[in-house]
Design a protein around this ligand. Sequence first.
Ligand code: NAG
Length: 305
Amino acid sequence: MAKQETPKPMPNSIKFLFGGLSGMAATMFVQPLDLVKNRMQMSKGAGGKKEYKTSFHLISAIIRNEGLFAMYNGLSAGLLRQATYTTTRLGVYNALFTHFSGSEGQAPNFAAKAGLGMVAGMCGAFVGTPAEVALVRMTSDGRLPPEQRRNYSNAFSALMRIAREEGVVTLWRGAVPTMGRAMVVNAAQLASYSQAKEILMSTGYFKEDILLHFCSSMFSGLVTTIASMPVDIAKTRIQNMATINGKPEFTGALDVLAKVVKNEGVFALWKGFTPYYARLGPHTVLTFIFLEQMNSAYNTYANKQ
Ligand SMILES: *[C@@H]1O[C@H](CO)[C@@H](O)[C@H](O)[C@H]1NC(C)=O
């Protein structure tokens, strides 16, 4: 065995880069689930009658009517969202985490970690909102009749057209619920991930390996899904809303929530639960796995110098 050396600290720019790259790599696998989630959240169906009974009915309708590749619509926006949101979020979180760790390297406590996660998430969400607007619109386009479609060809052209046709401010439409959602997601995700990891390690049955990362991520994904879905549906509907005769469909997130509960029932707030959890669990797992792999590859390389 080689003697244990203290690893060289990783520059923050590399942390930012690795965060974004691991998020993008994970998105390549779960993009169709994001599309299904957004479509379920957009489906209205009032009076106890649902537009789609389950996500599986929706998936077969999409494949039948729009083709298999339609499941990957909006991929460029999904990747851009990761590049902006995740890069900023994980970069800020890692930097804050290091800054608030004790001089002997002891981690901040649970409440502090949750706070750092929330601040990092809000920064990421603000930077990522334009990509989010493009993503919601591109994934929802196929459900509209052809003459009402927006037909954005990719994320960059979506951003250009939104700025030109509706004003630059529209790129930040739904920024408040996007940031609110990010606060909830990151408080739940980052804190419950670290906490689950610490608890599992303390049982003595786990060591720092992929199984530990997997179990911690699955647990943190469930907590995150339940807590964040109501904010997420508000975000999705606001970002996709059309302005009819100069009147926007919703005045804000609370207006969406009130209308959804009134017209579609309380449980409609968790519409798209299955694809959301099916996406978030593996996305979290894959992101952290890619991230830990990149980190250990970097440490091996950096300490050889
Ligand atoms: C999108 O394409 C359809 C035809 O496929 C067309 O009817 C519609 O007007 C187009 N939308 C825009 C905004 O150009």
